[in-house]
Design a protein around this ligand. Structure first.
Ligand code: ADP
Ligand code: ZN
Ligand code: ZN
Length: 749
């Protein structure tokens, strides 16, 4: 045995979805650890791989055994826990482990890039300023940089300064060469803690006494933490009830027990206040809060990575992908606004950040807190079945009232004489009043799901599928309405089947148009600004606009659902919801849930300061339950009704949903294979699975691809996958047609 080489398991990168056994050369025996990156050969390819296990499936070397060539770097890049998480994800989400690992290991780490040193500039003592001026006569950029540095005290960071002054690197190099400044290199991690998020928040510095409800919720959570085992806990608290403060209690407790904390938010760019509050609170305790988001540069990510792996930082905050951050001794995961669809990744690997969070907590015997004012039906179901425990915050801080909600019945408003377009008279009047009172307003529009469903403007009736209880989608190409779950279709009715009106409507309007209309209807001096998805690419513009709004430089902010989330502007006393029905008209069984969540979130933006808030909801369907329940702030009532409906159709959370998409450039070919697959399923039914489809996807043609989809309803994903895998591996697809499997599908378009 002594001469037997040590054999380990390696997962190669480079399109090879299987762990392979490799021998360890003597020289590496003492260095090799699980999670180490290694170089290997596979066939005649040289690849990188990661050691996934020190135990090999092969227990004896054979003559074909290959050996690891070398280590990329000494320290492991993933710990065992993350490797286990990756394994689970690749099984549960039916995807390649490589894709999963790719999301876990920053590319800079993978290629073995060392920690980046940052360059700093320092001024030197100048004897003869005149001479310097001469030297810089012909280079205005150098001159600008030079005088900037002369005014500075201490080293200034090169990159940021160049960016700030709009100067190229050559000017800095030139100055160094001319010995007019000197430079130094330092290993710094400022990028991981940059103060980009240090938004001033008036509450941060005051000492906070917990309310009774916060006290109780904290106690319940601390009790759970003290058990030192895996638990998931839902914190359901109305908007403005102070959930963040409860998270902080849990965080402090965890940190005091030397545990690490992962704080997930739906979108970092939308959570500057949360990040600012976290930093403010925990920097006092000498904790570095690492912000982890998708815009980090390679170097920044590497710094964040090393701060966490070394244990120098124990708190990370970030959006979805931060769930893979290498926090050491992870003992607490917080998923704020857990109901947000943005936690679901809509590209491979199609994981749900919230569910991965729960699983990662389980692997670490950690506590996972899911927080929301309007929890997802899934999480509520888990509370009901006692998988999760729950605490409630039912009141807003300081007993602030939930805003007064007015429903504006657009069926009547549009019939008024001289009715303004899109904005109703009552809303316009309210906006004017706020402006004169020097208070701020938000106009909110949900832009998704435009134009695609048919709605009667007279009675608000929406055409629904008789079998699926979802709205049908209008197809311009052949003027048919289709159900996108079962494929049922019918011609567009010439008049409304419920009230016989001939005015069936499919009109849309964007934020731009609302901004324009608002400008014509409001006093000239009112400042109106718009934020929408297109602005997100210009991050600074977005942040700047929000800052201006906070400072009171903007009277009315117009935006899409992005402004519904988490923002806290005390001077906002009015929120107008332009078209509350759009989410309702989406061809999705979660439409009501989304509508309810959005309306509740949006309403939560009003009246967060001392003055009470008011909300105007413009709707063609004032009777619909999501609108009625959110108007009354009746979360429980909505949940109960929605729950009944889901149960009746056995929709999630009563069963799990898998979406299977076929896509291809040729419509005929794609449909042909979808139908072939359908026959295959009919002949070989997977036990316990209900199949619906094929139907054209709501976005039937996307980026040049035609799409048809199936829905599979099942009680157990792993069991479904076993049956599916067998069938699918015996089903050859044309190379021009691809299929995608989306487990726990969220997006049905
Ligand atoms: P939620 O996340 O539940 O919507 P937040 O955590 O944002 O609510 O809290 C709403 C506001 O109330 C914040 O400005 C916060 O600083 C403040 N706040 C929270 N708890 C307290 C408290 N116990 N006393 C005073 N103010 C509080
Ligand atoms: Zn249907
Ligand atoms: Zn009608």
């Amino acid at each position: 045995m002594k001469n037997e080489p040590k054999i380990v398991e390696v997962q190669p990168f480079g399109g090879f979805n299987q762990e392979l056994s490799y021998g360890v050369p003597i020289a590496l025996i003492n260095k090799i650890k699980v999670g180490c990156l290694v170089r290997i050969t596979l066939g005649n390819r040289r690849l990188t791989g990661i050691i996934t296990s020190l135990e090999s499936k092969k227990n004896k070397a054979d003559y074909k055994l290959k050996f690891i060539s070398s280590l990329v770097q000494d320290d492991p890049v993933l710990n065992l826990e993350l490797i286990q998480l990756a394994r689970w994800m690749c099984t549960y989400y039916y995807t390649s482990i490589e894709r999963v690992l790719e999301g876990m290991i920053p590319s800079a780490v993978k290629v073995g890039m060392s920690e980046k040193k940052s360059r700093y500039l320092i001024k030197v003592t100048i004897k003869d300023l005149k001479e310097v001026e001469k030297k810089l006569e012909n280079s205005p950029q150098q001159k600008k940089l030079f005088s900037y540095i002369q005014k500075s005290s201490g080293p200034i960071p090169l990159n940021e300064t160049l960016k700030k002054l709009g100067i190229g690197i050559s000017s800095a190099n030139g100055l160094v060469k001319k010995q007019l400044i000197s430079e130094l290199q330092q290993k710094v991690e400022r990028s991981a803690y940059d103060d980009e998020f240090k938004d001033s928040d008036e509450h941060t510095n005051s000492i906070i006494t917990l309310t009774d409800e916060q006290q109780i919720a904290s106690q319940e959570i601390l009790q759970i933490i003290s058990e030192n085992k895996f638990r998931s806990h839902l914190l359901q608290g109305v908007t403005g009830s102070g959930k963040t403060e409860v998270y902080f209690q849990a965080m402090e407790e965890t940190l005091s027990k030397r545990g690490g904390v992962l704080f997930l938010v739906p979108e970092v760019a939308l959570a500057p206040q949360t990040v600012g509050r976290l930093r403010n609170r925990f920097s006092k305790q000498n904790e570095n809060v690492v912000v982890w988001h998708s815009h980090l540069s390679d170097g920044e990510r590497l710094d964040a990575w090393s701060a966490l792996t070394s244990g120098r930082s124990r708190i990370v905050v970030g959006a979805r992908s931060a769930i893979f951050a290498p926090v050491q001794n992870l003992k607490l995961i917080i998923v704020d606004e857990e109901h947000e669809p943005s936690y679901k990744q809509e590209e491979n690997p199609r994981y749900h950040g919230r569910d991965v969070a729960v699983y990662r907590a389980k692997l670490n015997k950690a506590v996972c807190i899911l927080g929301s004012a309007t929890p997802s039906m899934e999480s509520l179901h888990n509370v009901k079945t006692r998988k999760y425990s729950k605490s409630m915050l039912t009141k807003r801080i300081d007993g602030r009232e939930l805003p007064l909600v007015h429903l504006v019945d657009m069926r009547k408003e549009t019939k008024r004489e001289n009715a303004p377009p899109i904005l109703s008279q009552p809303l316009v009047e309210a906006l004017r009043e706020r402006y004169y009172n020097r208070e701020q307003s938000i106009l909110f529009l949900n832009r998704r799901g435009f134009n695609t469903t048919m709605m009667c403007p007279d009675c608000g009736d929406v055409q629904q599928c008789k079998d699926c209880s979802i709205s049908m989608t209008f197809h311009r190409t052949d003027s048919y309405l289709r159900c996108h779950i079962c494929g049922y279709r019918k011609p567009v009715p010439r008049f409304c089947p419920s009230c016989r009106s001939f005015d069936i409507l499919k009109k849309g309007h964007g934020t731009q148009r609302i901004e324009d209309i608002a400008e014509t209807l409001l006093p000239k001096k009112a400042t109106i600004r718009r934020v929408d998805a297109d602005m997100m690419s210009k991050k600074n513009l977005f942040r700047q606009t929000l800052n201006d709004f906070r400072k009171g430089k903007i009277d009315i902010l117009v935006g899409t659902q992005m402004i519904a989330k988490g923002l806290d502007f005390p001077n906002v006393t009015l929120v107008g919801v332009i078209d509350a029905d759009l989410p309702l008209r989406m061809e999705d069984f979660r439409a009501s849930e989304r509508a309810f969540q959005l309306l509740t979130q949006v309403s939560g933006r009003a009246g967060r300061g001392d003055r009470a808030g008011e909300v105007f909801i413009q709707t063609y369907a004032p009777h619909s339950s999501s609108i009625q329940f959110s108007r009354k702030g009746d979360v429980e009532g909505f949940i109960e009704e929605e729950s009944e409906l889901r149960k009746e159709f056995s929709y999630p959370p009563y069963r799990q949903l898998v979406r299977h998409i076929f896509r291809g450039r040729s419509k005929d070919k794609t449909l042909f294979y979808a139908e072939q697959w359908s026959k295959r399923l009919e002949l070989n039914p997977i036990e316990g699975v209900e199949v619906k489809g094929p139907a054209p996807a709501p976005l039937e043609k996307l980026k040049g691809y035609y799409r048809f989809h199936f829905f599979y309803f099942t009680q157990k994903i792993p069991k479904f996958l076993r049956g599916y895998h067998k069938l699918r591996s015996e089903f050859p697809l044309d190379k021009e047609v691809h299929d995608i499997l989306d487990i726990d599908a969220n997006q049905l378009s």
